[in-house]
Ligand binder design. Structure first.
Ligand SMILES: Nc1ncnc2c1ncn2[C@@H]1O[C@H](COP(=O)(O)OP(=O)(O)OP(=O)(O)O)[C@@H](O)[C@H]1O
Ligand SMILES: [Mg+2]
Length: 206
């Protein structure tokens, strides 16, 4: 059986996570490995319903802690229904955002204490963490411009630039604290260059 691997993609809006998902999957499938692609919030039927609540820009009164709890509620379902079974059968799981995003957005962005997020992480994940996290790092204004061209602003994308600056800083701090799990990808480069950076990072697993 191939070795299971849990890879998460992180970074601010427009950094290229979703665009590079297929490329990352292809690297593994070309090497003959079984891969599943998934995302957060979402990844299950109920998780995607929770995602709609979280991204709906009409939900203006949503409390920060409600937002955090909904993220972890969706995550619990995602872990039980999708991620854990896939890892147990030796597959490679590639997930577009995971718990680092809760620390970055609800912690750094919204200002919720890290210790509260830690409690939920311990409870929901019981020690399960990504093996590898690719942090797509990008100037936030460039990212928002890229994301803006792609679609209408969701509930998060309506926040101001400082919100996203705090998120970027929080991601970078986390990456510095856990240098073996995180790899930073410079998303300011061309798509071709970004792909080369990714290929280099994943080389040892291919
Ligand atoms: N390196 C790059 N250079 C130029 N454009 C890029 C690059 N990477 C991605 N893009 C473009 O930027 C836009 C946003 O990318 P993408 O949707 O992958 O970002 P994301 O990280 O998934 O954002 P979100 O967090 O909002 O989901 C897309 O239109 C994509 O084609
Ligand atoms: Mg995306």
């Amino acid at each position: 059986m191939q070795e299971a691997l849990f890879i998460t993609l992180e970074g601010v809006e427009g950094a290229g996570k979703s665009s590079l998902m297929d490329y990352i999957s292809e690297l593994f499938t070309r090497a003959g490995l079984a891969v599943i692609q998934t995302r957060e919030p979402g990844g299950t039927k109920t998780g995607e319903q929770i995602r709609e609540i979280l991204l709906d820009s009409n939900n203006i009164g949503l409390e920060n802690n409600t937002e955090l709890l909904l993220m972890f509620a969706a995550r619990m379902q995602h872990l039980e229904e999708v991620i854990k079974p896939a890892l147990a059968s030796g597959q490679i799981v590639i997930c577009d955002r995971f718990t680092d995003a809760s620390y970055a957005y609800q912690g750094g962005g919204r200002g919720i204490e890290e210790s509260r997020i830690q409690i939920l992480e311990d409870w929901v994940q019981e020690g399960l963490k990504p093996d590898l996290t690719l942090l797509f790092d990008l100037d936030v204004e460039i990212g928002l411009r890229r994301a803006g061209k792609r679609s209408q602003a969701d509930r998060f994308e309506q926040e101001d630039i400082l919100f996203f600056e705090r998120i970027r800083s929080c991601y970078l701090e986390r990456a510095n604290k856990e240098p073996t799990r995180f790899r930073i990808i410079d998303s300011g480069e061309s798509l071709e260059n970004v792909k080369q950076q990714i290929q280099k990072v994943l080389q040892e697993h291919l």
